[in-house]
Design a protein around this ligand. Structure first.
Ligand code: SF4
Ligand code: SF4
Length: 186
């Protein structure tokens, strides 16, 4: 553990982004009418943000998980990995937002095996791993991936395990706000 690293592996000082700017592509920025999945019109290849001093607060305040997580080495820098790990309000959930130009790179190693380990709800602190890929939402389980397709407008994703065909099997679905978990395990 370094001096800057807490016992939970979170750095007190974020890693520098270096040449990465992937968040300037994968996310939407409402203030700029920038849709997700395309480079921001202010992004300049080789130098980064062309309006650095006046960029929106949502840009200047953003830190992806890679910048804060000590255990994630340089291979996990988003421009190298091909996806951004997005911090979520619920720290027990993980969301990968994939570069639409590299939709399958999250399935490479060393990423895929680690993502599958994170998705094991019994083995670690995470309750759910989501992959947002080309407008679709994929719920990852160790033994399966369930592609929910594009968001439907329903606010929740209900996922877990349910008994089917005599054994516990993973399920995932979009759900209304007040719908109880179908499988009983969230
Ligand atoms: S995706 Fe992360 S590492 Fe890349 S520019 Fe954004 S905050 Fe920095
Ligand atoms: S304004 Fe700058 S920091 Fe924000 S998305 Fe555009 S290029 Fe990136």
């Amino acid at each position: 553990m370094t001096q800057q690293e807490s016992s939970s592996g979170v750095l007190s000082e974020p890693k520098p982004c270096g040449e990465c700017s992937l968040c300037c592509k994968v996310f939407d920025v409402a203030e700029l009418n920038k849709p997700k999945g395309v480079w921001c019109r202010h992004f300049v290849k080789g130098t980064g943000c062309g309006v650095h001093a006046t960029r929106p607060h949502v840009c200047s305040s953003y830190q992806c998980v890679w910048t804060l997580a000590a255990p994630l080495d340089e291979r996990w820098r988003p421009d190298r990995a091909g996806f951004v790990i997005n911090p979520l309000p619920q720290a027990t959930e993980m969301e990968l937002v994939v570069d639409p130009g590299r939709p399958d790179d999250w399935r490479r190693e060393p990423y895929y095996s680690q993502i599958k380990r994170w998705a094991d709800r019994d083995a670690g602190p995470l309750s759910r791993v989501l992959v947002r890929n080309q407008g679709r939402v994929i719920v990852v389980f160790p033994e399966a991936e369930i592609d929910l397709g594009p968001p439907t407008g329903l606010p929740n994703i209900d996922s877990g395990y349910e008994w089917r065909d005599g054994r516990l099997q993973p399920y995932a679905r979009y759900a209304k706000a007040d719908e109880p978990a179908r499988g009983g395990t969230a």
